[in-house]
Design a protein around this ligand. Structure first.
Ligand SMILES: NC(=O)C1=CN([C@@H]2O[C@H](COP(=O)(O)OP(=O)(O)OC[C@H]3O[C@@H](n4cnc5c(N)ncnc54)[C@H](O)[C@@H]3O)[C@@H](O)[C@H]2O)C=CC1
Ligand SMILES: CC(=O)C(=O)O
Ligand SMILES: [Mg+2]
Length: 604
């Protein structure tokens, strides 16, 4: 029933948008300038009137090919590529797929986004995790032409004028990285630009942000990756990373420049190393409309998954306060998740009781974090064990993951460590003694090789009744006799597009915890009990536009309720405030861009 409703929504969307975006639009370019401009290019799809009036006659083969035929032609070449590369190494195949998509992106933006939207389940693993990680690692060799903007430490004092070099008058969404922690692959310096590009592709596909209004940004402040520093062909600054005030002054300058040109834009910080991730979030979150996806987007998705795991046990949501949760990885993502989970517990308890973090165990590379930890990170301190009266497990500072799992018998084991295979056979077997009837194992690190375990191993060693999530996509596991071990993709892609879209369409001054909470709750309540019982916590990626529309509307609502909204375009605060829930959803979906060829000349 749900799926039918979602499919019907998608169809209505397409029909409505096809009608609404058909107004005439004028292009001032002519001839080959149009063919070489990916925004306007229609390849062989230019109708005869446009060929005549835009100086295209003779520059194209005579037959006019429809959009649908062009689409089919691209998909045929994609399928041939899949067929012809059968048996080759996975990395080689994924990079070949990335190249064919990237070439289309370079040439014809409309067709590119249509094939991406329609095939998002197949193409997200190419433009996003895991292939985007490989693309970043091989960026020097793959680089053909720039995409997005690069601001480097050498541009200090110039950014306010540089920002005007970007050709679009309007920018709605900026995703920015300094390349210091790209997925679980470490410091990739300027090569990390692939991540903002991939995230913004998801913004266009899921949130319907107009691709002419997105801006991927690389802030190149150097790299501490020795291999890159020694590589003659490395495309970034060959210097060690700036630190301290020098570093912050670069970020400050960029933020001022970006918001002075586009005061209504939303900026997403992505893949910053932990110390700067938290510090920049605190520094800017009350001044600008920005958020940190790794800290805040991930937290919302994980919380939705954790609440789903409680429902899957047939318990009431309030029982979340009693779940024992072991988090492996005390970085920006792991601590972000714990902070949000802790806030959820305090809301459910209706008071500040149970705020000692007693249901949480946090480990980093040095094992269990306790109050005896030397140089305890202030961000991890609220979750360090040893403060409460119930410390009976006899777990010491630095206890190993296996020890912790054996003694705690957690309901949830959640990995955000970036360490592939750390949930090994012994650890997974120990989860069989979990106090939960359906233990949850979330191996959320990216890309695939960095996942804490594979779903196959998880179902094999921890038991077939587990609930499983990974950060990168994996196939479901065949448990025999027609039974399926469901694999959920607990990835922030389910939330960041809706957070950005909701912030944009509400005209939020900044992005509050309440707006993020609304996003997480919307995702958490999206699934039916039947789906949850099967172990399915998140919708299929194919429904990402629909879930993003709902998340976006929930964020708009929260921004209005918190008095943070200022309105967007012609829709002012008063109008936003008067919208019902359904009207807000209609407003959000009306503002989602959908790729169709627009006329380039006025009809006579
Ligand atoms: N699924 C998703 O949506 C998301 C996944 N991630 C993934 O999470 C991972 C971590 O990201 P961040 O927290 O930003 O990185 P980070 O570098 O800030 O933190 C990594 C943490 O893992 C710990 N760690 C390293 N080795 C360990 C070991 N052997 N045992 C236990 N802990 C260990 C480190 O001490 C550190 O606390 C990355 O692989 C990233 O791709 C991040 C954000 C979203
Ligand atoms: C998904 C994501 O944001 C990460 O792995 O960093
Ligand atoms: Mg990230």
């Amino acid at each position: 029933m749900w799926n039918l409703a979602r499919a019907a929504w998608s169809l209505r969307q397409v029909r409505r948008l096809s009608m609404s975006i058909s107004g005439p639009c004028i292009v001032h370019k002519r001839g080959t300038d149009i063919l070489h401009d990916p925004w306007f290019n229609k390849d062989t799809g230019f109708p005869l009137t446009e060929r005549d009036r835009l100086g295209l006659r003779g520059l194209l083969p005579p037959r006019v090919i429809s959009f649908e035929q062009q689409y089919e032609r691209f998909m045929n070449s994609y399928r041939s590529l899949e067929h012809n590369t059968k048996g080759e190494r996975e990395g080689v195949v994924s990079l070949a797929k990335w190249r064919i998509l990237n070439r289309l992106h370079d040439r014809n933006v409309t067709l590119y986004y249509r094939v991406l939207i329609d095939n998002i389940k197949d193409f997200a693993p190419i433009v996003y995790t895991p292939t985007v990680g490989l693309v970043c690692q091989n960026y020097g060799g793959l680089y053909r032409r720039p995409r997005g903007m690069y601001f480097s430490a050498k541009d200090k004092g110039e950014m306010m004028s540089m920002i005007y070099n970007w050709p679009s008058h309007q920018v709605d969404m900026i995703v920015m990285t300094d390349g210091s922690r790209i997925l679980g692959l470490g410091d990739l310096g300027v090569q990390g630009i692939g991540i903002p590009i991939g995230k913004l592709d998801i913004y266009v596909a899921a949130a319907g942000i107009n691709p002419q209004r997105v801006l991927p940004v690389m802030l190149d402040v150097g790299t501490n990756n020795q291999k890159l520093l020694e590589d003659n062909l490395y495309l970034g600054l060959r210097q060690r990373r700036l630190d301290g005030d020098e570093y912050l002054s670069i970020i400050d300058e960029f933020m001022e420049a970006a918001f002075s040109r586009w005061p209504k834009a939303v900026i997403q910080f992505e893949d910053f190393q932990m110390k700067w991730a938290f510090e920049t979030l605190q520094r800017y979150r009350h001044r600008f409309c920005m958020f940190n996806d790794d800290i805040q987007g991930t937290a919302g998705v994980a919380l939705a998954g954790l609440l789903g795991a409680v429902r899957a046990q047939g318990r009431s949501l309030k029982d979340f306060t009693k779940q024992k949760i072991v988090v492996v990885g005390a970085g920006s993502a792991g601590i972000g998740v714990l902070n949000m989970a802790k806030r959820a517990v305090s809301r459910m308890c209706g008071s500040d009781e149970n705020l000692e973090g007693n249901q949480f165990w946090l480990l980093d590379k040095d094992g269990l974090i306790t109050k005896d930890r030397k140089e305890l990170d202030p961000a991890a301190a609220p979750f360090a064990r040893g403060y409460g009266p119930e410390e009976v497990e006899g777990l010491n500072e630095g206890a190993s993951l296996l020890e912790v799992v054996k003694k705690v018998k957690p309901h949830v084991l959640l990995g955000l460590s970036g360490v592939g295979g750390i949930f090994n056979e012994e650890v997974l077997r120990a989860m069989q003694d979990s106090d939960s009837s359906r233990p949850a194992i979330f191996a959320m690190s990216n890309p695939t090789m960095n996942a804490e375990c594979t779903p196959k191993d998880a179902f094999k060693y921890a038991g077939e009744n587990i609930i499983f999530s990974s950060g990168s996509p994996f196939e479901n596991v065949d448990l025999g006799d027609g039974r399926v071990g469901y694999v959920n993709q607990a990835n922030n892609m389910y939330l960041f597009p809706g957070i950005g879209l909701g912030a944009l369409l509400s005209g939020a001054r900044h992005i509050s915890d309440g707006m993020l909470q609304a996003a997480a709750e919307c995702l958490a309540s999206y699934m039916t009990d039947e789906e949850i019982q099967k172990g399915i916590l998140f919708p299929s990626i194919s429904s990402i536009r629909h879930i993003t529309m709902q998340v976006g509307a929930a964020v708009v609502h929260a921004a209005v309720a918190e008095d943070l909204a200022e309105g967007h375009g012609d829709v002012d605060l008063k109008e936003l405030s008067n919208m019902s829930k359904d009207e807000t959803m209609e407003y959000v979906s009306r503002n989602m861009w959908y790729p169709i060829y627009s006329p380039l000349v006025h009809e006579k």
